[in-house]
Design a protein around this ligand. Structure first.
Ligand code: CMC
Length: 429
Protein backbone atom coordinates (compact mmCIF):
# COMPACT_ATOMS: atom_id res chain seq x y z
CA UNK A 1 0.00 0.00 0.00
CA UNK A 2 1.27 3.46 -0.86
CA UNK A 3 2.60 5.36 2.13
CA UNK A 4 0.52 8.38 3.19
CA UNK A 5 0.75 11.12 5.83
CA UNK A 6 -2.36 12.20 7.71
CA UNK A 7 -3.18 15.82 8.44
CA UNK A 8 -6.04 16.90 10.69
CA UNK A 9 -7.51 20.41 10.26
CA UNK A 10 -10.53 21.39 12.35
CA UNK A 11 -11.14 17.75 13.13
CA UNK A 12 -11.21 16.72 9.46
CA UNK A 13 -8.60 14.22 8.31
CA UNK A 14 -6.75 14.50 5.00
CA UNK A 15 -4.36 12.00 3.45
CA UNK A 16 -1.23 13.28 1.73
CA UNK A 17 0.98 11.11 -0.50
CA UNK A 18 4.49 10.33 0.76
CA UNK A 19 7.25 10.44 -1.86
CA UNK A 20 10.49 8.45 -1.52
CA UNK A 21 13.70 9.45 -3.30
CA UNK A 22 16.28 7.01 -4.68
CA UNK A 23 18.38 7.34 -1.50
CA UNK A 24 15.35 6.78 0.73
CA UNK A 25 14.63 10.46 1.35
CA UNK A 26 11.00 11.09 2.34
CA UNK A 27 8.75 13.99 1.43
CA UNK A 28 5.08 14.79 1.98
CA UNK A 29 3.45 15.94 -1.26
CA UNK A 30 1.38 19.04 -0.44
CA UNK A 31 0.82 20.06 -4.09
CA UNK A 32 -3.00 19.72 -3.82
CA UNK A 33 -3.30 20.90 -0.18
CA UNK A 34 -4.78 24.32 -0.94
CA UNK A 35 -7.20 22.91 -3.48
CA UNK A 36 -8.44 20.34 -0.96
CA UNK A 37 -8.21 22.21 2.38
CA UNK A 38 -7.88 25.93 1.54
CA UNK A 39 -4.55 26.04 3.40
CA UNK A 40 -1.06 26.66 2.11
CA UNK A 41 2.13 25.65 3.95
CA UNK A 42 4.61 28.28 5.09
CA UNK A 43 8.36 27.73 5.22
CA UNK A 44 10.36 30.99 4.95
CA UNK A 45 13.80 30.53 3.38
CA UNK A 46 12.75 27.00 2.29
CA UNK A 47 14.26 25.50 5.44
CA UNK A 48 12.32 22.28 4.88
CA UNK A 49 10.77 22.40 1.41
CA UNK A 50 11.73 20.48 -1.69
CA UNK A 51 11.20 22.59 -4.81
CA UNK A 52 11.68 19.92 -7.46
CA UNK A 53 12.66 16.37 -8.35
CA UNK A 54 16.30 16.21 -9.47
CA UNK A 55 18.77 13.48 -10.39
CA UNK A 56 21.91 15.62 -10.54
CA UNK A 57 23.48 15.81 -7.06
CA UNK A 58 22.85 13.97 -3.80
CA UNK A 59 23.77 15.41 -0.40
CA UNK A 60 23.41 13.74 2.98
CA UNK A 61 24.13 16.67 5.28
CA UNK A 62 24.13 14.55 8.44
CA UNK A 63 26.73 12.12 7.07
CA UNK A 64 28.75 14.68 5.09
CA UNK A 65 28.11 12.97 1.72
CA UNK A 66 28.15 14.69 -1.68
CA UNK A 67 27.77 12.80 -4.97
CA UNK A 68 27.44 14.04 -8.55
CA UNK A 69 25.16 11.68 -10.54
CA UNK A 70 25.93 9.08 -7.87
CA UNK A 71 29.74 9.43 -8.03
CA UNK A 72 31.34 10.46 -4.68
CA UNK A 73 33.00 13.89 -4.74
CA UNK A 74 36.17 12.35 -3.25
CA UNK A 75 36.55 10.02 -6.28
CA UNK A 76 36.03 12.85 -8.76
CA UNK A 77 38.47 15.08 -6.89
CA UNK A 78 41.11 12.36 -7.02
CA UNK A 79 40.65 10.92 -10.50
CA UNK A 80 38.68 13.31 -12.72
CA UNK A 81 39.18 16.75 -14.19
CA UNK A 82 36.79 19.67 -14.47
CA UNK A 83 35.78 19.10 -18.10
CA UNK A 84 34.91 15.44 -17.48
CA UNK A 85 33.00 16.37 -14.29
CA UNK A 86 31.10 19.06 -16.20
CA UNK A 87 30.09 16.45 -18.82
CA UNK A 88 28.99 14.06 -16.05
CA UNK A 89 26.75 16.71 -14.47
CA UNK A 90 25.24 17.97 -17.72
CA UNK A 91 24.73 14.66 -19.53
CA UNK A 92 24.24 12.31 -16.57
CA UNK A 93 27.08 9.84 -17.22
CA UNK A 94 30.86 9.79 -17.39
CA UNK A 95 31.88 10.43 -21.02
CA UNK A 96 33.41 7.83 -23.31
CA UNK A 97 36.71 8.83 -24.97
CA UNK A 98 34.83 10.00 -28.08
CA UNK A 99 32.29 11.97 -26.06
CA UNK A 100 35.01 13.64 -24.04
CA UNK A 101 36.94 14.50 -27.20
CA UNK A 102 33.86 16.05 -28.84
CA UNK A 103 33.06 18.04 -25.68
CA UNK A 104 36.65 19.33 -25.36
CA UNK A 105 36.75 20.29 -29.04
CA UNK A 106 33.52 22.27 -28.57
CA UNK A 107 35.00 24.06 -25.56
CA UNK A 108 38.07 25.00 -27.59
CA UNK A 109 36.05 26.11 -30.62
CA UNK A 110 33.80 28.45 -28.64
CA UNK A 111 36.38 30.12 -26.44
CA UNK A 112 36.72 33.48 -28.20
CA UNK A 113 34.25 36.23 -27.31
CA UNK A 114 32.67 38.26 -30.11
CA UNK A 115 34.95 41.21 -30.99
CA UNK A 116 32.07 43.66 -30.41
CA UNK A 117 31.69 42.39 -26.86
CA UNK A 118 35.21 43.53 -26.07
CA UNK A 119 33.93 47.13 -26.23
CA UNK A 120 31.81 46.47 -23.16
CA UNK A 121 34.89 46.08 -20.99
CA UNK A 122 35.91 49.67 -21.80
CA UNK A 123 32.67 50.96 -20.32
CA UNK A 124 33.44 49.75 -16.79
CA UNK A 125 35.53 51.66 -14.26
CA UNK A 126 38.79 49.83 -13.48
CA UNK A 127 37.54 49.47 -9.89
CA UNK A 128 34.48 47.47 -11.05
CA UNK A 129 33.92 44.23 -9.16
CA UNK A 130 34.46 41.39 -11.67
CA UNK A 131 31.16 39.76 -10.58
CA UNK A 132 29.31 42.87 -11.85
CA UNK A 133 31.04 42.48 -15.21
CA UNK A 134 30.54 38.71 -15.36
CA UNK A 135 26.80 38.78 -14.64
CA UNK A 136 26.22 41.53 -17.23
CA UNK A 137 28.36 39.87 -19.91
CA UNK A 138 26.76 36.46 -19.48
CA UNK A 139 23.30 38.03 -19.85
CA UNK A 140 24.58 39.92 -22.91
CA UNK A 141 25.55 36.65 -24.64
CA UNK A 142 21.82 36.17 -25.44
CA UNK A 143 22.12 39.17 -27.76
CA UNK A 144 24.87 37.44 -29.76
CA UNK A 145 23.30 33.96 -29.86
CA UNK A 146 19.59 34.77 -30.22
CA UNK A 147 18.58 31.22 -31.18
CA UNK A 148 18.35 30.47 -27.42
CA UNK A 149 15.26 32.66 -27.20
CA UNK A 150 13.49 30.85 -30.04
CA UNK A 151 10.72 28.41 -29.18
CA UNK A 152 12.00 26.19 -32.04
CA UNK A 153 15.59 25.88 -30.79
CA UNK A 154 16.71 22.25 -31.18
CA UNK A 155 18.36 20.06 -28.55
CA UNK A 156 21.59 20.16 -30.61
CA UNK A 157 21.52 23.95 -30.70
CA UNK A 158 20.94 24.05 -26.95
CA UNK A 159 23.89 21.69 -26.41
CA UNK A 160 26.01 24.07 -28.46
CA UNK A 161 24.86 26.99 -26.30
CA UNK A 162 25.74 25.10 -23.10
CA UNK A 163 29.25 24.41 -24.40
CA UNK A 164 29.56 27.99 -25.61
CA UNK A 165 28.60 29.33 -22.19
CA UNK A 166 31.03 27.01 -20.38
CA UNK A 167 33.82 28.05 -22.66
CA UNK A 168 33.18 31.79 -22.88
CA UNK A 169 32.68 32.30 -19.16
CA UNK A 170 36.38 31.75 -18.53
CA UNK A 171 37.35 34.14 -21.37
CA UNK A 172 35.03 36.82 -19.94
CA UNK A 173 36.34 36.24 -16.40
CA UNK A 174 39.97 36.52 -17.44
CA UNK A 175 39.24 39.57 -19.63
CA UNK A 176 37.56 41.39 -16.72
CA UNK A 177 40.69 40.77 -14.64
CA UNK A 178 43.07 41.94 -17.37
CA UNK A 179 40.99 45.09 -17.83
CA UNK A 180 41.06 45.81 -14.07
CA UNK A 181 44.87 45.75 -14.03
CA UNK A 182 45.21 47.76 -17.24
CA UNK A 183 46.64 44.94 -19.37
CA UNK A 184 45.48 43.94 -22.86
CA UNK A 185 42.88 41.20 -23.08
CA UNK A 186 44.46 37.96 -24.32
CA UNK A 187 43.04 35.51 -26.82
CA UNK A 188 42.63 31.91 -25.69
CA UNK A 189 45.13 29.30 -26.94
CA UNK A 190 43.69 26.26 -28.69
CA UNK A 191 46.60 24.04 -27.67
CA UNK A 192 45.79 24.33 -23.96
CA UNK A 193 43.35 22.41 -21.75
CA UNK A 194 40.35 24.20 -20.22
CA UNK A 195 42.07 25.14 -16.96
CA UNK A 196 45.50 25.85 -18.48
CA UNK A 197 43.85 28.12 -21.05
CA UNK A 198 42.14 30.10 -18.30
CA UNK A 199 45.44 30.51 -16.42
CA UNK A 200 47.10 31.66 -19.65
CA UNK A 201 44.40 34.29 -20.26
CA UNK A 202 44.70 35.48 -16.64
CA UNK A 203 48.43 35.52 -16.13
CA UNK A 204 50.28 35.61 -19.46
CA UNK A 205 51.65 38.95 -20.68
CA UNK A 206 52.00 39.47 -24.44
CA UNK A 207 55.73 40.21 -24.32
CA UNK A 208 56.71 37.00 -22.49
CA UNK A 209 56.17 33.30 -23.20
CA UNK A 210 53.75 31.77 -20.70
CA UNK A 211 54.76 28.46 -19.16
CA UNK A 212 51.89 26.39 -17.79
CA UNK A 213 52.56 25.07 -14.28
CA UNK A 214 50.96 21.61 -14.11
CA UNK A 215 50.64 21.79 -10.29
CA UNK A 216 48.57 24.96 -10.60
CA UNK A 217 46.44 23.39 -13.35
CA UNK A 218 45.78 20.41 -11.05
CA UNK A 219 44.85 22.66 -8.15
CA UNK A 220 42.46 24.64 -10.35
CA UNK A 221 40.80 21.45 -11.63
CA UNK A 222 40.28 20.33 -8.03
CA UNK A 223 38.79 23.67 -6.95
CA UNK A 224 36.39 23.77 -9.89
CA UNK A 225 35.32 20.14 -9.38
CA UNK A 226 34.37 20.64 -5.72
CA UNK A 227 32.31 23.70 -6.64
CA UNK A 228 30.62 22.17 -9.70
CA UNK A 229 27.21 21.43 -8.18
CA UNK A 230 25.41 21.49 -4.85
CA UNK A 231 21.75 20.74 -5.64
CA UNK A 232 19.14 23.40 -4.76
CA UNK A 233 21.41 26.09 -3.26
CA UNK A 234 20.50 29.79 -3.54
CA UNK A 235 22.07 30.45 -6.97
CA UNK A 236 20.94 27.15 -8.54
CA UNK A 237 17.39 27.70 -7.27
CA UNK A 238 17.60 31.17 -8.81
CA UNK A 239 18.65 29.69 -12.17
CA UNK A 240 15.72 27.26 -11.97
CA UNK A 241 13.19 29.92 -10.96
CA UNK A 242 14.26 32.27 -13.74
CA UNK A 243 14.45 29.36 -16.21
CA UNK A 244 10.93 28.23 -15.21
CA UNK A 245 9.55 31.35 -16.90
CA UNK A 246 11.27 29.96 -20.05
CA UNK A 247 13.87 32.73 -19.91
CA UNK A 248 16.93 31.74 -21.96
CA UNK A 249 19.95 30.00 -20.46
CA UNK A 250 22.22 33.07 -20.53
CA UNK A 251 19.63 35.22 -18.74
CA UNK A 252 18.95 32.47 -16.19
CA UNK A 253 22.64 31.88 -15.45
CA UNK A 254 23.26 35.63 -15.23
CA UNK A 255 20.65 35.75 -12.46
CA UNK A 256 22.39 32.81 -10.75
CA UNK A 257 25.69 34.69 -10.85
CA UNK A 258 24.05 37.64 -9.05
CA UNK A 259 22.65 35.30 -6.38
CA UNK A 260 26.06 33.70 -5.91
CA UNK A 261 27.69 37.07 -5.29
CA UNK A 262 26.20 37.54 -1.80
CA UNK A 263 28.50 37.02 1.23
CA UNK A 264 26.27 34.29 2.71
CA UNK A 265 26.73 32.26 -0.51
CA UNK A 266 29.66 32.34 -2.98
CA UNK A 267 30.82 35.76 -1.81
CA UNK A 268 31.95 34.10 1.43
CA UNK A 269 35.28 33.02 -0.10
CA UNK A 270 36.36 36.65 -0.55
CA UNK A 271 35.10 37.49 2.97
CA UNK A 272 37.07 34.59 4.50
CA UNK A 273 40.38 35.83 3.13
CA UNK A 274 39.60 39.41 4.10
CA UNK A 275 38.77 38.20 7.61
CA UNK A 276 41.97 36.11 7.88
CA UNK A 277 44.03 39.01 6.50
CA UNK A 278 42.56 41.38 9.11
CA UNK A 279 43.29 38.90 11.92
CA UNK A 280 46.85 38.65 10.64
CA UNK A 281 47.47 42.36 10.04
CA UNK A 282 45.88 43.55 13.27
CA UNK A 283 47.22 40.57 15.27
CA UNK A 284 43.73 39.82 16.62
CA UNK A 285 43.78 36.79 18.97
CA UNK A 286 41.81 33.83 17.60
CA UNK A 287 39.93 33.61 20.92
CA UNK A 288 38.58 37.15 20.32
CA UNK A 289 37.43 36.24 16.81
CA UNK A 290 35.55 33.21 18.15
CA UNK A 291 34.02 35.32 20.95
CA UNK A 292 32.90 37.98 18.43
CA UNK A 293 31.31 35.34 16.20
CA UNK A 294 29.27 34.12 19.20
CA UNK A 295 28.21 37.59 20.30
CA UNK A 296 24.53 38.01 19.42
CA UNK A 297 24.86 41.82 19.71
CA UNK A 298 27.34 41.80 16.84
CA UNK A 299 26.59 41.08 13.18
CA UNK A 300 30.01 39.43 12.76
CA UNK A 301 29.96 35.78 11.71
CA UNK A 302 32.84 33.41 11.27
CA UNK A 303 32.93 33.47 7.49
CA UNK A 304 33.45 30.07 5.86
CA UNK A 305 31.69 28.36 8.76
CA UNK A 306 28.22 26.80 8.89
CA UNK A 307 25.96 25.46 6.19
CA UNK A 308 22.24 25.07 5.66
CA UNK A 309 22.53 21.40 4.72
CA UNK A 310 25.77 20.07 6.27
CA UNK A 311 25.45 19.35 9.96
CA UNK A 312 28.72 17.47 9.82
CA UNK A 313 32.01 18.18 8.03
CA UNK A 314 31.49 19.61 4.54
CA UNK A 315 33.28 16.96 2.42
CA UNK A 316 34.49 19.69 0.05
CA UNK A 317 36.21 21.55 2.92
CA UNK A 318 37.93 18.28 3.95
CA UNK A 319 39.27 17.80 0.41
CA UNK A 320 40.49 21.39 0.13
CA UNK A 321 42.09 21.46 3.58
CA UNK A 322 44.10 18.34 2.76
CA UNK A 323 45.08 19.86 -0.60
CA UNK A 324 46.21 23.17 0.90
CA UNK A 325 49.14 21.54 2.70
CA UNK A 326 50.12 19.41 -0.29
CA UNK A 327 49.77 22.10 -2.95
CA UNK A 328 51.35 24.94 -0.99
CA UNK A 329 54.37 22.87 0.02
CA UNK A 330 54.80 21.70 -3.60
CA UNK A 331 54.74 25.33 -4.69
CA UNK A 332 57.17 26.24 -1.91
CA UNK A 333 54.68 28.68 -0.38
CA UNK A 334 54.19 29.29 3.33
CA UNK A 335 51.00 31.27 3.83
CA UNK A 336 50.49 32.60 7.37
CA UNK A 337 46.75 32.82 6.63
CA UNK A 338 46.64 29.01 6.39
CA UNK A 339 48.08 28.78 9.91
CA UNK A 340 45.45 31.22 11.18
CA UNK A 341 42.67 29.32 9.39
CA UNK A 342 43.74 26.04 11.02
CA UNK A 343 44.01 27.66 14.45
CA UNK A 344 40.57 29.21 14.01
CA UNK A 345 39.05 25.90 12.93
CA UNK A 346 40.53 24.11 15.93
CA UNK A 347 39.28 26.76 18.37
CA UNK A 348 35.78 26.84 16.88
CA UNK A 349 35.40 23.06 16.78
CA UNK A 350 36.17 22.91 20.52
CA UNK A 351 33.71 25.66 21.38
CA UNK A 352 30.26 24.61 22.65
CA UNK A 353 28.53 27.37 20.57
CA UNK A 354 29.83 25.84 17.32
CA UNK A 355 29.46 22.25 18.53
CA UNK A 356 25.81 22.68 19.60
CA UNK A 357 24.88 24.39 16.34
CA UNK A 358 26.86 21.87 14.29
CA UNK A 359 28.88 24.60 12.57
CA UNK A 360 31.85 23.24 10.62
CA UNK A 361 34.16 24.80 8.03
CA UNK A 362 32.47 24.91 4.62
CA UNK A 363 33.94 24.84 1.10
CA UNK A 364 34.81 28.53 1.25
CA UNK A 365 36.98 28.31 4.36
CA UNK A 366 40.03 26.91 2.58
CA UNK A 367 39.38 27.69 -1.10
CA UNK A 368 40.71 31.26 -0.86
CA UNK A 369 44.08 30.04 0.45
CA UNK A 370 44.50 27.96 -2.70
CA UNK A 371 43.37 30.76 -5.01
CA UNK A 372 45.88 33.10 -3.34
CA UNK A 373 48.66 30.58 -3.88
CA UNK A 374 47.72 30.47 -7.57
CA UNK A 375 47.97 34.27 -7.80
CA UNK A 376 44.23 34.87 -8.17
CA UNK A 377 43.32 38.25 -6.62
CA UNK A 378 40.77 38.28 -3.79
CA UNK A 379 38.03 40.08 -5.72
CA UNK A 380 38.14 37.29 -8.36
CA UNK A 381 37.42 34.49 -5.85
CA UNK A 382 33.65 34.55 -6.33
CA UNK A 383 34.15 34.62 -10.10
CA UNK A 384 36.17 31.41 -9.69
CA UNK A 385 33.25 29.91 -7.76
CA UNK A 386 30.94 30.93 -10.64
CA UNK A 387 33.15 29.23 -13.24
CA UNK A 388 33.12 26.10 -11.10
CA UNK A 389 29.35 26.15 -10.47
CA UNK A 390 28.46 26.70 -14.13
CA UNK A 391 28.11 22.99 -15.09
CA UNK A 392 25.69 22.58 -12.19
CA UNK A 393 23.60 25.57 -13.25
CA UNK A 394 23.52 24.28 -16.84
CA UNK A 395 22.61 20.75 -15.72
CA UNK A 396 19.69 22.08 -13.65
CA UNK A 397 18.52 24.35 -16.46
CA UNK A 398 18.66 21.40 -18.87
CA UNK A 399 16.82 19.14 -16.43
CA UNK A 400 14.08 21.76 -16.05
CA UNK A 401 13.69 22.15 -19.83
CA UNK A 402 13.42 18.39 -20.26
CA UNK A 403 10.56 18.14 -17.77
CA UNK A 404 7.35 18.20 -19.77
CA UNK A 405 5.35 18.89 -16.60
CA UNK A 406 7.51 21.82 -15.42
CA UNK A 407 5.44 24.87 -14.47
CA UNK A 408 6.47 28.43 -13.79
CA UNK A 409 7.78 28.58 -10.21
CA UNK A 410 5.63 30.85 -8.13
CA UNK A 411 5.49 30.56 -4.32
CA UNK A 412 2.56 31.83 -2.28
CA UNK A 413 2.68 33.99 0.85
CA UNK A 414 0.86 34.82 4.05
CA UNK A 415 -0.16 38.45 3.74
CA UNK A 416 0.53 40.54 6.89
CA UNK A 417 -0.22 44.05 5.59
CA UNK A 418 -3.19 46.43 5.95
CA UNK A 419 -6.69 45.15 5.42
CA UNK A 420 -8.81 47.21 2.99
CA UNK A 421 -7.64 50.83 3.30
CA UNK A 422 -9.25 53.53 1.14
CA UNK A 423 -7.30 56.16 -0.75
CA UNK A 424 -7.22 59.61 0.94
CA UNK A 425 -6.48 62.68 -1.26
CA UNK A 426 -3.22 64.47 -0.33
CA UNK A 427 -4.87 67.63 1.12
CA UNK A 428 -6.93 65.51 3.53
CA UNK A 429 -4.02 63.43 4.93
N1 CMC B 1 29.32 32.25 12.67
C1 CMC B 1 28.62 32.38 13.82
N2 CMC B 1 27.39 31.87 14.01
C2 CMC B 1 26.82 31.22 13.00
C3 CMC B 1 27.47 31.02 11.77
C4 CMC B 1 28.77 31.58 11.61
N3 CMC B 1 29.42 31.44 10.47
N4 CMC B 1 26.68 30.34 10.95
C5 CMC B 1 25.54 30.09 11.63
N5 CMC B 1 25.64 30.61 12.89
C6 CMC B 1 24.64 30.49 13.96
C7 CMC B 1 23.47 31.45 13.72
O1 CMC B 1 23.69 32.69 14.36
C8 CMC B 1 22.33 30.68 14.35
O2 CMC B 1 22.44 30.79 15.75
P1 CMC B 1 21.10 30.81 16.68
O3 CMC B 1 20.50 29.45 16.53
O4 CMC B 1 21.62 31.10 18.05
O5 CMC B 1 20.23 31.90 16.13
C9 CMC B 1 22.65 29.21 14.00
O6 CMC B 1 24.08 29.17 13.88
C10 CMC B 1 22.00 28.72 12.70
O7 CMC B 1 22.39 29.61 11.65
P2 CMC B 1 21.41 30.13 10.52
O8 CMC B 1 21.90 31.44 10.02
O9 CMC B 1 19.99 30.04 11.02
O10 CMC B 1 21.64 28.97 9.46
P3 CMC B 1 21.33 29.07 7.91
O11 CMC B 1 21.17 27.67 7.47
O12 CMC B 1 20.21 30.01 7.65
O13 CMC B 1 22.64 29.74 7.30
C11 CMC B 1 24.81 30.02 6.39
C12 CMC B 1 23.66 29.03 6.69
C13 CMC B 1 25.85 29.33 5.53
C14 CMC B 1 24.24 31.22 5.60
C15 CMC B 1 25.43 30.49 7.73
O14 CMC B 1 25.99 29.40 8.41
C16 CMC B 1 26.47 31.61 7.53
O15 CMC B 1 26.11 32.79 7.50
N6 CMC B 1 27.78 31.23 7.38
C17 CMC B 1 28.81 32.22 7.07
C18 CMC B 1 28.78 32.53 5.58
C19 CMC B 1 29.37 31.41 4.75
O16 CMC B 1 30.42 30.87 5.06
N7 CMC B 1 28.67 31.09 3.64
C20 CMC B 1 29.15 30.08 2.68
C21 CMC B 1 28.28 28.86 2.68
S1 CMC B 1 29.07 27.47 1.81
C22 CMC B 1 29.21 28.00 0.18
C23 CMC B 1 27.90 28.02 -0.52
O17 CMC B 1 27.49 26.98 -1.03
O18 CMC B 1 27.29 29.10 -0.57
Amino acid sequence: MAEVAKLIIDGKEYELPVITGSEGEKAIDIGKLRQVTGHITIDPAFMNSGSCYSSIAFIDGEKGILRYRGVPIEELAEHSNFVETAFLLIYGHLPTKQERQKFSTGLTRHSIIHEDMKNFFNGYPSSAHPMAILSAMVGALSAYYPNVTSADVTAEEMDENYVRLLSKVRTIAAASYKKSIGQPILYPRNDLSYCANFLHMMFAVPAEPYVVDEDVVKALNLLLIVHADHEQNCSTSTVRIVGSSRANVYASVSAGICALWGPLHGGANQEVIEMLQKIHDEKIPVSKVVADAKDKNSTFRLMGFGHRVYKNFDPRAKILKASCDKILSKMGIHDPLLDIAKELEEAALKDSYFVERKLYPNVDFYSGILYRAMGVPTNMFTVMFAIGRLPGWIAHYKELRADANAKIERPRQIYTGNTLTHYVPIDKR
